[in-house]
Design a protein around this ligand. Structure first.
Ligand SMILES: [Zn+2]
Length: 97
C-alpha cells in the first residue's frame, strides 16, 4: 500500500480479524470432530489431515519471509507445498485488504 498520508482505521486490526477467523475455524473443526466421533463416521484421520493442511492457509507471510523464495521452493509457511502452489500471490502480513 502506498503511503498517501493520514490513515485512519476503525474496527479491529487485520491481525485480530485473522486471529478471530482462525479461532472460528478451529472451533468449527473441533465441533465437526465431535460430530464424527459421536456418529462414528470413519473419516477421522482424513478429516484431521485436511484440517491440519488448511491451518497453513491462515498464515500470512511477511515480506521478508517471501523475499528470496523461488516459485518451486518449499513455502515458508511450512505446509510442505511448493511456494507457487501455496502462498505465492497471497496478501502479505500487514497488507490492507
Ligand atoms: Zn504457504
Amino acid at each position: 500500500m502506498a503511503d498517501d498520508g493520514l490513515y485512519v482505521s476503525v474496527g479491529p486490526s487485520p491481525v485480530r480479524i485473522e486471529r478471530a477467523l482462525f479461532a472460528a475455524y478451529w472451533s468449527y473443526a473441533q465441533t465437526f470432530g465431535v460430530f464424527i466421533d459421536r456418529f462414528e463416521v470413519p473419516v477421522r484421520k482424513d478429516f484431521e489431515a485436511l484440517m491440519e493442511r488448511q491451518q497453513y492457509d491462515f498464515r500470512r507471510l511477511t515480506a521478508s519471509e517471501v523475499k528470496d523464495v523461488g516459485r518451486n521452493d518449499p513455502c515458508p509457511c511450512e505446509s510442505g507445498r511448493k511456494f507457487k502452489q501455496c502462498h505465492e500471490g497471497r496478501p502479505l502480513a500487514g497488507a490492507q485488504l
